[in-house]
Design a binder for this molecule. Structure first.
Ligand code: SF4
Ligand code: SF4
Length: 324
């Protein structure tokens, strides 16, 4: 019997999600035994025309990582949606917008101006920028268009399931592959990870006081956390209360507060405001001035509270989402 075909594709991403597939180690042999990998641009040489030739639904499941920023991403993910029975948003960028989504604090014009004109390392007196169409020595060249906003995958196509994490851990990837192969999947739209918050499974949870009081915010860049005590109780911003569990508490066990890559737990609409409400009630300031001083000590609040989820935030970015 023919094996089900599986596609892996990447949009705007760092390559960590591709590494996560390789991190399956010997389990990758079980995957290869059970499925035919029909597309994996990072590892195998397939072209757009190969995917265009597939019949609709020919691919059992497409795992798509990375955020959607370019016209090329949009073309590929729409094609994969048409050709796939299931689409899984793989990793934080695809699931929530991820770290690339922080660029939504700027416009595409801001980014191009900085990179090609005003950055101190740039020498470009003619202000030359990449163009979507150009002709060089009689040859027509095309580059993908850059959209003004980074989008989550489900802002562009219908998504069946979400595998969270930066990157998703191998055990969750393997569980998802096995569930798909056995047809034992939860309801469409589910995040394929536990429903508990990270705090509930954290090994430091028993040191987390019932009521946390934060006198001042600390940063791991300038202070060393005590690995035996809840980081939030020590004043480090730990996203644990506002983050879904299931990662194996990877950062906590490496003496780093959680940065929030699994996204919000099921009951939270918005990851940043959920954490903000937890730390706002934990402040010890008695006066407005003290509260303002404590808030000012939270360096880069947008990048801290929405490091992985700005395109999913109910606050969005306060800038116009023009031209796609
Ligand atoms: S706030 Fe962070 S360190 Fe504290 S219990 Fe939650 S996940 Fe663990
Ligand atoms: S501890 Fe937080 S940031 Fe680290 S892997 Fe887990 S969810 Fe992601």
């Amino acid at each position: 019997m023919a094996k089900p075909k599986v596609a892996f594709y990447w949009c705007g991403a760092c390559g960590g999600c591709e590494e996560a597939v390789v991190d399956l180690a010997e389990d990758i042999l079980k995957v290869v035994e059970a499925v035919d990998i029909a597309l994996w641009p990072v590892a195998l040489d397939f072209k757009l025309k190969d995917a265009q030739a597939w019949k609709p639904g020919e691919i059992a499941v497409s795992f798509i990582n990375g955020a959607v920023r370019l016209s090329e991403h949009e073309e590929w993910v729409k094609l994969l949606r048409e050709k796939s029975g299931l689409v899984v948003a793989f990793g934080s960028c695809s699931h929530l917008g991820g770290i690339p989504g922080l660029v939504n604090l700027s416009t595409a014009e801001d980014v191009f101006r900085n990179k090609y004109e005003t950055s101190v390392t740039v020498d470009n007196p003619d202000k030359v920028r990449p163009q979507t169409h150009s002709n060089v020595d009689g040859y027509d060249l095309e580059l993908p268009a850059v959209w003004n906003s980074v989008k989550r995958l489900d802002e562009v196509i219908d998504v069946d399931y979400y595998l969270p994490g930066c990157a998703p851990p191998p055990n969750l990837i393997m569980d998802a592959v096995l569930a798909i192969l056995k047809g034992e999947l939860p309801p469409k739209g589910s995040v394929l990870a536990p429903s508990k918050s990270l705090c509930e499974t954290c090994p430091l949870n028993e040191t987390k006081p019932e009521k946390i009081t934060i006198g001042e915010f600390k940063r791991v860049a300038t202070s060393q956390p005590d690995p035996e005590e809840c980081y939030l109780a020590q004043g480090f911003v730990c996203m644990g209360p506002a983050t879904r569990g299931g990662c194996g508490e990877r950062c906590i066990r490496a003496n780093m507060p959680c940065r929030g890559c699994f996204g919000p737990p099921p009951e939270a609409l918005d990851q940043g405001t959920k954490l903000l409400s937890a730390i706002a009630s934990a402040g010890s300031a008695q006066t407005e001035e003290d509260a303002a001083a404590a808030a000012a000590a939270l360096v880069d609040p947008a990048g801290t509270l929405y490091r992985f989820s700005l395109p999913s935030s109910i606050l969005k970015r306060g800038l116009p989402r023009s031209e796609g």
